[in-house]
Design a protein around this ligand. Sequence first.
Ligand code: COA
Length: 349
Amino acid sequence: MPQTIIAGIGHYVPDHVVTNNDLVKYMDTSDEWIQERTGIKERRYAGRTTETTSTMGVQAATIALENAGITKDDVDFIIFATLSPDYYFPGCGVLLQRAMKMNEIGALDIRNQCSGFVYALSVADQFIKTGMYKNILLVCSEKHSFGLDFSTRGRNISVIFGDGAAAVVLQPTTENNRGILSTHLHSDGSSAELLAMFNPGTHANHWLNEPLADFDEAPMGQMFMSHQMIDKAQNFPNMDGPAVFKKAIVKFPEVIEEALQKNNLTTADLQLLIPHQANLRIAQYVQQKLKLRDDQVFNNIEKYGNTTAASIPIALSEAWQLGKIKKGDLICMAAFGSGFTWGSALMRW
Ligand code: COA
């Protein structure tokens, strides 16, 4: 059975840099608070009308294809992971297919939030291993800046997130001991509401202890999204930060250990861990817990914030560009996020 390799990689971040001090214009926060709690110094925001999640994805995909030495016509399947799509539906996969004038190939959308890249990678790995596809274009992109509450009410979330995109081209190899060794996916929906955006949606308070809006009295046609919901900021993400933090620092090390054990390897074998860039303090905790040296972990959250599905591939692409990844290196990628979902992928570059 072939193994899946990353044959090409690229990332794109918008030019517009937004520092922590820039956010002080909108909300009661400070550079000191943000850096101390999250390690973030700045993030990028997409052009308000000039860039979308899909167009940033196209930028990253173009670089990844060039890096792989193939053209858009060689691609036989598209996977697009995002939580901030251009439209509620259809997904970004088809918008990318259209924008890049690609063949009428399949386009799958993945919505596993911060775990999006690891989930997508796992799906792609199965398609490659079975021989179904030979050139999968996996794109992750987020335009968070359009969907955050920039008032003080939303400051625990809005300071964390940033915009950006990354893409990889996945191909089969028969070279021994190369490529994805294993992927490990998990979920626990018991805390789904701790990091969620409720509206637009069809939930009608069904899962919630406290009703969000009055669905009994709402006129037909105003239940998916209403003025009341907007007035109550329910069109923005909602997060219990401390609860997410507590769960993340347990699940990250667990799923990294799971991947290593599955392959009879240990942390000493690892050249690089690329954790989802949720919060630098989480990454530092995981590093400490697994007793990893500084050169075994790559973080870039200080420059880009949390770019959700795009965070691991942006970091992977940047680490590769910086020469921190060589052929044969053992790389672990691990994610945790809304759902909760979490996962890891272990690969030999
Ligand atoms: N600036 C200034 N003060 C802020 C703030 C901001 N941006 N955001 C929240 N605060 C305030 C709160 O209002 C609270 O004030 P109070 O004590 O007067 O009520 C205080 O800071 C502490 O809030 P808390 O939420 O307990 O802070 P925290 O230490 O847990 O840090 C997070 C908040 C969000 C940084 C942290 O919980 C976290 O990173 N959690 C994980 C989030 C994550 O990774 N999400 C993505 C998952 S993929």
